[in-house]
Design a protein around this ligand. Sequence first.
Ligand code: APR
Length: 257
Amino acid sequence: MANGFILKGDLLARLGEARSVLVLTGAGMSAESGIPTFRDALTGIWARYDPQELATPEAFAADPSRVWQWYEHRRALVREAQPHAGHLALVELESMLPELTIVTQNVDGLHQSAGSGRVWELHGNIMRSKCHLTLRPISRNWLADSPHTPPRSPYVKGGLARPDVVWFGEPLPSEALEAAMETAARCDFCFSIGTTSLIQPAASLPLYALEHGATLVEINPVETPLSPHADQSIRAEASTSLVTLVSQLRSLRRDNN
Ligand code: APR
């Protein structure tokens, strides 16, 4: 922070003047709310569990009860979690700019709980469930009344409740993906926060924004494949980075008025 600002050079001014900002978030955004990431070496979910056995349609077909119970455990963590100061900083940033869109790979709903208004969920939401055959949503009341693990579908014989998340090998929700691509193409500033930038198509969104002329800033304590492309990589955690950044943008605005 040579000039005392978290963003280098004129990047803070560019953010302040942006008409449309895209914020892509990954598991690192939720880490400080107590939700484990996937690929961090010791604490990541995929360090302890094999995704092929828990997060694929084949895994669910082979052992629906095991998969459902594993998601019950993850839902319990999400129920306990609260948005942190970084989530709230993004809400404030949205109020300071003409347009800020969050595209998240997270399935925990923390951006919405914090109060962010424009949020697209690329990988679904773990608190919602759907029929594994018809893909129609299943209400929480129906699930609560069911004695089965997993609960049976209200729609079709043989159907079971499954989490409304995107498993490996499944397509992303088309409305969210189209909105994400459209926002990436027209945004003038893009943040990539707390993601390893490994899983497609989410990983391509910041590059797509860059190709269309956006400024790109990454927030992640460690280097990722996106880092060499970014105008700046802030090597710090999401909460402190975002709180500092928003407070500095607020001060800049005050000084300029
Ligand atoms: N602040 C910012 N970044 C952090 C923090 C933090 N406090 N803590 C960890 N990180 C970073 C890690 O350095 C890592 O690069 O967050 C990233 C988390 O990466 P992953 O666990 O791979 O999560 P993500 O990129 O969101 O995974 C994408 O993979 O398994 C699937 O569907 C799952 O949505 C997930 C997708």
